[in-house]
Design a binder for this molecule. Structure first.
Ligand SMILES: CC(C)(COP(=O)(O)OP(=O)(O)OC[C@H]1O[C@@H](n2cnc3c(N)ncnc32)[C@H](O)[C@@H]1OP(=O)(O)O)[C@@H](O)C(=O)NCCC(=O)NCCS
Length: 164
């Protein structure tokens, strides 16, 4: 899978060699980053779909992870390295993943976000996600509630065409 993206970067499926740079991004943006072995087991999971945004020189700018199970898209994580945030990378990753999920028959997407992560909540709300309920003390380091967000996936959105 390769997406149509702005000229200086593109999106493709995550590979094993991406795990080390992704772990660096995790450490940069999260207080409770995932360990490398989590990504290794996810890449071996047939239900998992992980996409990377890659710069022209091959450097990893961000990623999005998910499981596609029983007609539902479950987004496990998304992160964009600080130097590349606010230029549309997260939006493109999410839109391409949703379109892939639609083509696999998904009609709904779910994700969890920390109650205090207001910037990510704004990002998701702009993309059509709404809060459906809270999970008390879901996160650790620090302990915090999760908000569960949901989006109904209707037609494929324009602009990103999985191929290759
Ligand atoms: C959340 C995150 C993935 C967004 O990625 P990004 O590449 O910076 O986002 P984009 O540039 O694609 O922005 C998409 C839209 O969200 C909005 N947005 C992004 N960050 C925002 C912020 N901090 N506050 C308000 N709006 C924001 C943008 O304005 C843009 O709106 P538009 O479509 O109207 O132009 C990124 O900021 C990140 O990695 N954050 C840290 C990790 C994290 O919190 N992940 C979520 C875990 S649940």
């Amino acid at each position: 899978m390769v997406s149509e993206s702005p000229a200086d970067w593109h999106i493709r499926l995550m590979r094993a060699e991406d795990i080390i740079p992704i772990a660096v991004i995790e450490g940069e943006v999260f207080g409770d980053p995932w360990a490398k072995d989590v990504f290794e087991s996810e890449l071996a999971n047939p239900s998992a779909v992980y996409l990377c945004a890659v710069g022209r020189g091959g450097e990893i700018w961000g990623y999005i992870g998910s499981w596609i199970v029983a007609g539902e898209l479950h987004i496990t994580n998304i992160a964009v390295r600080k130097s590349e945030q606010h230029r549309g990378v997260g939006k493109h990753l999410l839109q391409l993943l949703e379109n892939r999920a639609r083509t696999e028959g998904c009609s709904v997407a779910y994700l969890e976000v920390r109650r205090g992560n207001l910037s990510a909540q704004k990002f998701y709300q702009k993309r059509g996600y709404t809060v459906v309920h809270a999970r008390p003390n879901y996160y650790v380091n620090p302990t915090e509630d999760a908000l569960v967000l949901k989006k109904i996936l209707s037609g494929v959105e324009d602009g990103h065409h999985p191929g290759g």
